[in-house]
Design a protein around this ligand. Sequence first.
Ligand code: CA
Length: 245
Amino acid sequence: MGPNPETTEPPLFQRMPKRIAVVEDEAELASLLDYNLSRHGYEVELFGGSEGTLKKLEAAKPDLILLDVMLPGMDGFELCRGIRRSAVLARTPVLFLTARSDEVDRVLGLEIGGDDYMTKPFSPRELVARVKAHLRREDMEAEPQVLEIGPFRLDRAARRVYQGKRELSLTSTEFNLLEFFITHSGRAYSREQLLESVWGEQRFVTPRTVDVHIRRLREQIEQQPDNPRYLTTVRGFGYRFEEPS
Ligand code: CA
């Protein structure tokens, strides 16, 4: 279930949508990719894959490139070598779309520099999951690994949280929830917004799930869970995390 568009605030992160370049000459597949990625909030730009594609990619500066191996003007491997040599694109993740599994070794070869591959035919769901994973990795590298607020110190790489000297014992979901609150402290979030941001596309979660995890989190971080100081209830709306003044 998604948030109700009439009662939910505009985007939480206020981040620019991530931009995906799709280099694929098969129009049908290209539009299928466009449809599925757009549906998940990505901005998609399609490239046919001919001689001028590298220049166009450099101008577009995408966050990730989906690259077909068999292209009309040049092969995808050749284009990938160009991408890796380009000052603008060298660090952009490249996910190859290949029709033949015997190309896989070459895709992941050091010389070519692909980050991942999908063998056709693949499910759009799987593709979106891979894209998301690669972009998250990029974000993690760009963002600070250790976050500190008040007595809390959250180490993203180790997935550990300390409150003062005490290490908190959190489940993975509680960790994600606290990480979200710490990176968005001071703002109020509805249960639906928290579901969308922390649980993402997992199914079988309801607003009630949020309450259960908030309660568990409070038991870990609050001296008096029934009278919280950090993770407070915003009446009739949801929750807010902040360092009490
Ligand atoms: Ca092709």
